[in-house]
Design a protein around this ligand. Sequence first.
Ligand SMILES: [Zn+2]
Length: 445
Amino acid sequence: MNFSDFLAGKLLLPQEIPLSTATISYLHRTNQIKKHPSIEQKYNRYQCLRCGNRKQSLFANLPCARCQSQHLYCRNCIATGRVLACEHLTTWTGDPPKWPKQVNPCNWKGTLTKHQQLAAETLKKALASHQAEQLVWAVCGSGKTEMLFPVIELAIKENRRLCIATPRADVVRELFPRIKQSFPQTETEALYADSPDRTEIGQLVISTTHQLIRYQEAFDLMIIDEIDAFPFHHDPTLPFLSNRACKEDATKIYLTATPRPSQQKQISKKKLPTIFVPIRYHGHPLPIPQLQIEWNLRKKLKRGNQPNTLQHFINKRTNQRQLLIFVPSIALLEKVATLLKAESVHAGDPKRKEKVIDFRQKKIDVLITTTILERGVTFPSVDVVVLDAGHKVFDEAALVQIAGRAGRSPDDPTGEVVLIHQGKTTAIEQAITQIKMMNKKGMKL
Ligand SMILES: [Zn+2]
């Protein structure tokens, strides 16, 4: 094995290095690896140098077999391996890895729409000029993966190492075969818990943000998909890890269909270079949600009574589309499923995968779901209802994403989106404003 291919750009626990003690001490003696403290103490406060954790409550003591005493360990990063204070983290300081030279790495034969092309060119320019950050605000259904191909191709041609990171493992699973097929000669690996496609020597790494815990100064190009999605915007560890995984002069590309308010503020103050892709790849605007108010909606739902607005909507439907109904909780999911005699799905559902496939294959007509289907899933022809759209789980981003499930196919580019609520919330208003704003931008182009 070539040590540099395996160790370069990593930050590893002792148990993560598959080399003999003799080899490790040889590499250390010849200055090819460097050892770093793992948990640091400053002014009586601890910091985990593996995951960046500074929350003191997340440090605990453990008897250490080797030192015969108690040692601190970090509970924040325990899911990806235990770091003990008496152990070192190792980095590679030898020669950098050499990636094979490629003239034509991209095998994808499709064509980009005008708007995708524009975004793709912007991303290439950002990489070529070592621009630190670039945001792509692309509406649901704009075809963002294809937009990335030109910048990925450029990075590979220039012998750079790159990473596509996403908060969600199912996105890694979905992206990996598509990217591998489009860049067949490039050493590509997929990282998520128990991933079978882990080679440890990827030039192109597709990873969950959690798995970046084993990287430091590895990548020249970091593409972070869905920066607004849970848990990326929620857990400070994840931005810490994705920043550390980048080389100093790396370019970071952020993708989102629904930036969080703090990100929107940065965009409007022009602190974050942003390119908009306000139109779907099929060229049609986003469906604008219709609002339906129902007094005592929550009471009715709690009692298991059918809300009039929902009944009315279902009765008057004449189209052939399937129906997706979003509800805010599992308790309500079961009530509504019984009421409508329909299938339902939630995060802990053991048949989750099968049900989603059945719905996609149109074996199920109506599917009641929690927010698990709010993003990342494409059904060609659906109408969408959100029951109790004023509930706090439906924030602005969630509502825009949910509305984005409708009208995905060029054969049926419209679709109804109905928000049933018992009082309009700021999130509902902001979601509609955001959708209208993107449609207006799309019209202008
Ligand atoms: Zn930690």
